[in-house]
Ligand binder design. Sequence first.
Ligand code: 0GY
Length: 290
Amino acid sequence: MDADWIPFHQNPTKPRFVLPKGAVDAHCHVFGPATEFPFATERKYTPCDAGKYKLFELRDFLGFERNVIVQATCHGKDNSALVDACRAAGDMARGVASVGPDVTDKELAEMHEAGVRAVRFNFVKRLVDATPKDVFLGIAKRVAKLGWHIVVYFEASDLEELVPFLESLPTIIVVDHMGRPDVTKGGDHPDFQRFVSLMGHNENIWTKVTCPERLTVAGPPYDDVVDYAALIIEQFPDRVLWGTDWPHPNMKTHMPDDGTLVDYIPKITDEQETQQKLLIDNPMRLYWGQ
Ligand code: 0GY
């Protein structure tokens, strides 16, 4: 399979927004290089190589101090590139892995030692073949013993069906990209309201107010997504995370400028105290145990 998506931005602009010292990019990926870390045979798309050194370069250029590197579906359940990047970053990266029920305790312990602190359950149908919920639940019970949490990725229209499963998970749950609201439907739409109300009554549920570049219809600078993120941050300032999503896998329409993405942060919260929670306190508590 040839690369089937546009490469990441080669010359992102320097953000005008100066990130606070210690800021964490809490959603990003590493891909390959494929010669060293081949992509999974079951993948639904093939990305360009986007290895750890490129990620670290971007981290420093944008002004972040740390990364949370999330396993993406193009690497399947082979977490080697992720673990390698976490080890190379030292204490400056944590990882979110994808595992199957056959993962051994030894493998989990090795991942923990490298910096992995969560597993990701993906329900997005265009990205993965479905995994039975009881398999996910079995994995959740095992990783809970390590103090890990679960990251979940789903489309807004699938949330209603997923609620009982999410409520049965024994750990903190981090929902990717605000549960992917359809921004053409407005903030009052029942799908988005369902998500807000779930966060309201379940304190175990956190979310990443990320990926305006995926949710937007208007395009950069993503002003049509601002209200959704701002509302979530205002209501749940202690349970939100932010990340670039670099290298933006599987983007079909445009490739974001990562500097523009950082400049989106003050639009979704202009209060310094809340920015500190979003960018430092919350990810540090969840991934670095502070
Ligand atoms: C993201 C979003 C996407 C891809 C993946 O694991 C993945 O392949 O997460 C997507 O296509 O929406 O968070 O990177």
